[in-house]
Design a binder for this molecule. Structure first.
Ligand code: EPU
Length: 338
């Protein structure tokens, strides 16, 4: 078996930069290698966990089992508008490749950290687009049957930062590749998605809608608002945007007329930006010892240097309690805790 290490530091494999070790670290370059590792885990009764980019996780301690790390990173184009990427392709490299090929569908998701394998699990999203809009098929290893399954996107139970891989297949499926159905920019059938926030304005300033301009604008917006994990440890949005009943939103708007919100299609619910709630509660730019709240985006908790998982979680608990007290809204975490 290749690349199997013991007592392996995970420090450089989580974007929060937390100190933790794995009893074993195992990289898999093929499904055959993955099956071999999973068999080994079963025989030795070892727990396993898949860690790819580590961009959405808090490591609370040393992991007593095997960390499975994908290593296959080939992009192919089985059909003119179908792109297949293996799990370890860096997400933004896939987006850049598709934009270069003139294939539309992923450009709004530029610069999201992480690997392709995590994109269906989280149903990553930004600037009015979500991975689910283009995912045609997810390939995964079913660790109980040891079979590779090809699951159509429509059967992945995608929701806002949710999927079957966080639900009934949690702990059972290991994503090995994802296929995306994209649209040829030159076909005349592609609708650019630039309605979100200040994206339209930025794209127009670059000379009008095109895949390359949308990518450039999204990168500029993200770089202006979100901290670079290579400089400041963080895991992007720490909380999900809460969805509340329309009546509760109306009552809150009576007190806070400037509260932003996105009403659901049937008008019954409103998604409120957690960033606005946290900001309005006074936490933006807050610093306490080794942890803080990003001064340019209140949804991002940052490691100011040497933070522990407990310090991060304690700050998160304080924010949750305060927002609940001030707005009657319970925030839930978007990051995973291991
Ligand atoms: N706002 C504030 N204070 C802030 C930041 C934002 O009041 O400090 C308010 C503003 O009114 C703004 C609204 O919140 O209009 C929404 O802010 P923004 O457009 O920055 O988006 P978000 O809802 O905070 C979500 C995603 C991000 C994604 C952006 C852009 C979640 C949990 N987060 O953030 O995703 O990049 O939209 O589409 O849905 C991530 O998941 O890690 C992530 C960064």
């Amino acid at each position: 078996m290749t690349n199997f290490f013991d007592n392996f530091s995970l420090r450089s494999h989580n974007t929060f930069g937390l100190e933790a070790t794995a009893r074993y670290w195992a990289e898999f370059h093929s499904t055959a290698e993955l099956i071999e590792i999973v068999r080994h885990c079963r025989e030795h009764d070892l727990p396993w966990y898949v860690l790819s980019g580590g961009s959405n996780i808090i490591l609370t301690g040393n992991f007593p089992g095997v960390i499975l790390h994908p290593a296959a990173r080939t992009i192919t184009r089985p059909e003119p508008t179908l792109v297949r990427a293996e799990a370890a392709v860096v997400w933004d490299e896939l987006v850049a490749w598709c934009v270069e090929q003139g294939l539309g569908g992923l450009e709004n998701l530029s610069l999201i950290p992480g690997y392709v394998g995590a994109s269906p699990v989280q149903n990553i999203g930004a600037y009015g687009a979500e991975a689910k809009d283009t995912i045609e098929t997810v390939e995964y290893l079913d660790t109980e049957t040891l079979q590779i399954v090809r699951l159509p996107g429509r059967d992945c139970a995608f929701g806002y930062r949710e999927s079957i891989f966080k639900g009934t297949l949690r702990g059972r499926a290991i994503v090995t590749a994802v296929e995306f159905r994209l649209t040829d920019e030159k076909s005349g059938n592609y609708t650019y998605n630039i309605g979100y926030g200040d994206l339209h304005e930025k794209v127009m300033a670059l000379g009008g809608a095109s895949l390359a301009h949308i990518r450039e604008a999204v990168i500029a917006i993200r770089q202006a608002k979100l901290p670079d994990p290579a400089v400041t440890g963080n895991a992007g949005s720490f909380f999900k945007n809460p969805v509340i009943p329309a009546a509760q939103a109306a009552a809150l708007r009576a007190q806070h007329p400037d509260m932003p919100g996105y009403t659901s299609a049937d008008g019954s619910e409103v998604k409120v930006p957690a960033a606005w709630l946290i900001d309005r509660a006074g936490w933006k730019g807050f610093r306490c010892g080794t942890v803080g709240v990003h001064p340019k985006q209140a949804l991002v908790i940052i490691n100011l240097g040497g933070a522990t998982a407990q310090e991060i979680l304690n700050l998160a608990r304080r924010i949750i309690a305060d927002v609940e007290q001030k707005f009657g809204i319970h925030l839930t975490m978007e990051v995973n805790v291991l």
